[in-house]
Design a protein around this ligand. Structure first.
Ligand code: SF4
Length: 346
């Protein structure tokens, strides 16, 4: 009779000494970031019939540019196979640069310490690629320019690093979410301001029209009513765009500060627009028909990466089985409540 080696009774009995080859790749001493852990969506949302749809300002911008492109990139995840259309957070030169710059600017507004702001920006710069104008030198120069322009005696930071989600439909838990870099208060006038950090490669001198009617800052102002709740909400406030204008093959960007005053009616308009856009997306989803916008096939001097394939019966993969947990939101709202509240205040 053949002698077989004894089998362990349970996993606990198994020898878990790593093979020698493992020592070539030592285990990281740092615990894995729990935010990157993937879970079965059914475990996270056991009472729902599908994964909640997550919307953001950039997702709606994509939707407004071309509904077909939105469906292919966001719902079917075709973008992850296209080099020129990064659909992930990994090695995205624009995202990496923006994240680091935003962290540095936030630090500078908080503590008015340039060295510390540069240090924070560099610690947050997980760059795999750099371009001739999106690199660490541009970040440092942008922070130097901001410190030279900024008057810390005029503005104080009353809150920072806030996140929120607006539940669009309680039955599906579909939601819109946003992240606010900093909420400021003018020390002299008492006016509140929501800051938005933007970068652009556009060459024109006056960039104001790009931002004055941008919906992003208005949506993010939802958190303002929570912060100044005891005062009954704010009647008007400022959205302050801090715009870093990058120049081609030039390491010194130009800094612009664009403050825009907003009223309560702007917030109501934003909420109604959000509701209508969401309903359109639900209709397209039900019809399984997503219009093609031919005027957007060639923009920013290049063809859309889906050009030539967006009319094909592309399967893609709908719905993620494994997803990340939602963030711990600073504020959670329901869209119907927000619309009701704003209408009562009008
Ligand atoms: S090629 Fe044109 S129509 Fe097709 S997805 Fe791109 S922008 Fe839309």
């Amino acid at each position: 009779m053949t002698d077989y080696p004894a089998q362990p009774d349970s996993l606990d009995d198994q020898d878990d000494t790593p093979d020698p080859i493992d020592s070539l790749f030592p285990v990281s001493p740092y615990p894995p970031d729990p935010r990157n852990t993937l879970y079965s969506w059914r475990d996270l949302y056991p009472t729902l019939l599908r994964v909640p749809h997550r919307f953001s300002h950039s997702a709606f911008e994509l939707f407004h540019s071309c509904e077909r492109k939105y469906d292919l990139l966001k719902n079917r995840h075709i973008g992850s196979t296209l080099d020129s259309e990064p659909d992930s957070n990994r090695n995205n030169v624009h995202l990496d640069f923006g994240t680091a710059l935003g962290a540095g600017i936030q630090e500078l507004l908080l503590h008015d310490n340039l060295d510390q702001a540069i240090w924070v920006a560099m610690r947050n710069y997980y760059y795999a690629n750099e371009t001739s104008n999106k690199n660490e030198i541009a970040i440092v120069n942008a922070l130097i320019a901001l410190q030279a322009t900024w008057d810390p005696d005029e503005w104080e930071v009353v809150a920072n690093e806030l996140s929120f989600k607006v539940v669009l439909d309680p039955a599906t838990q579909d939601y819109y979410c946003g992240y606010v870099d900093a909420v400021l208060r003018n020390r002299h006038t008492g006016v509140y301001a929501i800051t938005e950090v933007k970068t652009t490669g556009y060459k024109m001198e006056n960039l104001e029209p790009m931002y004055s009617n941008s919906p992003q800052g208005i949506g993010y102002s939802l958190v303002l009513d929570q912060i100044v709740k005891q005062l009954g909400g704010v009647a008007s406030w400022t959205i302050l765009y801090i715009v870093v204008q990058l120049k081609s093959k030039h390491p010194i960007p130009t800094l612009h500060l664009y403050p825009f005053e907003k009223q309560k009616k702007d917030k109501l308009e934003w909420l109604l627009t959000l509701q209508l856009d969401y309903q359109r997306i639900l209709q397209y989803t039900e019809l399984q028909f997503w219009p093609k916008r031919g005027s957007k096939c060639f923009t920013f001097n290049r063809a859309c990466p889906l050009y030539g394939i967006c009319g094909l019966p592309i399967e893609g993969h709908e719905g993620n089985e494994m997803i990340k947990k939602e963030d711990d939101w600073s504020y959670v709202f329901e869209l119907s409540d927000l619309i009701q509240q704003q209408m009562e205040r009008e």
